[in-house]
Design a binder for this molecule. Structure first.
Ligand SMILES: NC(=O)C1=CN([C@@H]2O[C@H](COP(=O)(O)OP(=O)(O)OC[C@H]3O[C@@H](n4cnc5c(N)ncnc54)[C@H](OP(=O)(O)O)[C@@H]3O)[C@@H](O)[C@H]2O)C=CC1
Ligand SMILES: O=C(CO)COP(=O)(O)O
Length: 330
């Protein structure tokens, strides 16, 4: 099996820091690339990401402030927000060896182009090998070394296996897969649904309502996945159902917390001023557009998009969902 020893992690946010720690713990040579030289200095001085200040970076990790540090990498983990994936991937073109695996670690869909993350990478870096890592895993848990499991997919199973071996440890277990589409759909859609369940929590509608909404949300995720070519077993796995359960139930989730704040009475604009990245807010409109394009019924996702852009109030959205006609469950 190919040994992927030199790992470049691009993006020194919470998830980038966590994945850099994962790779270092797995025995890899790791360079963590921050946005620029000043950002790299700040990370070096603090010994931690400013987005995850309480968890120390492994001392063996090199921190760099420019893309040149990626030269010679055997694999790249791209860990910037979904909407920045394309622009940041494009900067890698001059320094990457042909065929290098580039792993999308963001959870979202590119607005405007309506591209999934591995398609964004393929378009920006035609010579690279796109892959995706997703699943139920909070950066703080992963960075601290608490046990977690994720899905790691590449079109070629041998690449997925090599990546899983490069990053895997007893406390970070990547399951390999070839269903890129299924993995990226689960990660993108669950964030939108977590905002909905957060709203229900913030409105104090009860644990039963939250469970019902999570389950009906999963039905939407499955319908969307089927329409866009995902395998059902991927959607019921870690990167679909697993991540949906995590994100719809923990205040550690920024998407769930955004929903709670809105349900509790803040306007979407006020709630988004937290400065925390809630990818579902960016994904919601594009997910709904793509669902409509293929006649996929996604009333919960549509309600989230409408609340976020001010077309519906929270109570109107709840009324719209609870007065839909009674129908067969499946
Ligand atoms: N946090 C988590 O628990 C998990 C996150 N993810 C996913 O990982 C992705 C990143 O999230 P996360 O790390 O938490 O977010 P953070 O907000 O913690 O960090 C984002 C990082 O990306 C950098 N960045 C943003 N835009 C650009 C750009 N245009 N060019 C270069 N760098 C940029 C930021 O730099 P700066 O600080 O300078 O703005 C920051 O270092 C998201 O898609 C998220 O869904 C997936 C699993 C778990
Ligand atoms: O994706 C995550 C956990 O798997 C992190 O969730 P948030 O982005 O909502 O914080």
């Amino acid at each position: 099996m190919t040994i992927l020893q030199r790992i470049a992690v691009i993006g020194a946010g919470a998830w980038g820091a966590a994945l850099a720690n994962v790779a270092a713990r797995a025995g890899r040579d790791v360079v963590l690339v921050a946005r620029d030289a000043d950002a790299a200095d700040a990370v070096r001085r603090a010994g931690a990401s400013p987005h995850l200040p309480d968890v120390a970076l492994d001392g063996a990790i090199a921190v760099a402030g420019g893309i040149d540090a990626v030269a010679g990498a055997d694999a790249v983990l791209l860990v910037v927000p979904a909407q920045a994936h394309g622009a940041v991937a494009a900067t890698l073109a001059p320094v990457l060896a042909p065929g290098t695996p580039v792993v999308a670690c963001a959870k979202g869909i590119e607005r405007g182009t309506r591209r999934f993350m591995t398609d964004v990478i393929a378009a920006a870096l035609p010579g690279a090998t796109p892959a995706i890592l997703s699943g139920p895993s909070f950066a703080a848990d992963v960075a601290r070394g608490l046990p977690t499991a994720v899905t790691l997919a590449a079109a070629d199973d041998a690449v997925a296996v090599a990546l899983a071996h490069a990053l895997g440890t007893p406390t970070f277990r990547p399951y390999h897969a070839t269903d890129l589409r299924g993995v990226e759909i689960g990660g993108a859609a669950k964030n939108v649904l977590a905002i909905a369940v957060g709203i229900v929590r913030g409105r104090r509608l009860g644990a039963s309502a939250a469970a019902a909404l999570t389950t009906r949300g999963f039905a939407e995720l499955m319908r969307f996945g089927r329409a866009y070519g995902a395998r059902p077993e991927t959607l019921t796995g870690l990167s679909g159902l697993g991540d949906l359960i995590l994100t719809c139930s923990s205040r550690q989730s920024r998407n769930f917390s955004l929903g709670i704040a809105i349900g509790d009475g803040l306007s979407p604009g006020e709630a988004r001023q937290s400065g925390l990245l809630a990818e579902g807010a960016f994904t919601a409109p594009v997910l709904v557009e793509m669902a409509a394009e293929r006649n996929v019924d996604m009333p919960i996702a549509a309600a989230v998009a409408a609340v976020l852009d001010g077309r519906l109030g929270v109570d109107q959205a709840i009324a719209a969902l609870t007065t839909r006609p009674f129908r067969a469950e499946h």
